[in-house]
Each structure stands twice: as structure tokens, then as C-alpha cells.
Design a protein around this ligand. Sequence first.
Ligand code: 5GP
Ligand code: ZN
Length: 114
Amino acid sequence: MPECLFCRIIAQEIPAEIIYEDEQAVAFRDINPQAPVHVLVVPRRHLPNLGAAQAEDEDLVGHLCAVAAELARRERIAKSGYRLVANVGPDAGESVHHLHFHLLGGRRLTWPPG
Ligand code: 5GP
Ligand code: ZN
């Protein structure tokens, strides 16, 4: 059984509201949403974070971004706007060490982030 929380969600060992799946990516709603739309887009393959991505992972990272943009359209926040965030390391508050992009929208987001 994988130790990683998101690997376990991907394997459907832990329940989550999965809204998208393909061969490379899975997306599910964040358990503690920070905006009306808060979706996590993750690779099926375990990568600890964006900083661990290698040159051969560039297509995968690009695909995750494209999935996020498509989900923004499906969630009807493409026109109002949204933010795509990858937290890397302690200063950014990375808490789950499986690469994930936060797709946030549905309200006015402040800048700069806290
Ligand atoms: P990070 O802080 O690593 O950038 O983001 C981790 C995110 O995972 C947080 O927003 C947190 O709410 C979310 N999260 C943590 N545990 C679970 C869980 O069991 N299920 C879901 N759906 N999201 C989770
Ligand atoms: Zn994992």
C-alpha cells in the first residue's frame, strides 16, 4: 500500500471527489477549499514536487497545466479568472509531497498571496 496520501487517493484507497482522470493526470476537490472552486491536479506517477521534475517530465507538467485550464472552463471560472499554484518547500507551505497544482477560482483572489 503506498504511503503517499495522493497516491492513495489516485489508487482510490482513500475517498475523494475526483472530477477528472486520464492516463497521466487525476483531479479532485481539495478537502479544505480556499475558494468556491479549489481543485488539485496531480500526476498519476509520484513526483515529490515541481522541484523534483526532470527534463523528461516537462510534457507531463505541461499536461497538468493544460488539464487545469480545461477544468477551469468546465468549472465556469475561465472568464472570471483563476489562479494555478504549486507550493514548493517550507516557505510556500507545501504539506503533501506529491506534485499538485491548486486550481483556485470563483472569488476575487488577493495579490500578493500571503
Ligand atoms: P499543499 O499545502 O501541499 O500545497 O497542498 C495540499 C492540499 O491538500 C491542501 O490544500 C489540503 O487541504 C489538501 N488535502 C490534504 N489532505 C487531503 C485529503 O485527504 N483529501 C483532499 N481532497 N485534499 C487533501
Ligand atoms: Zn504520491
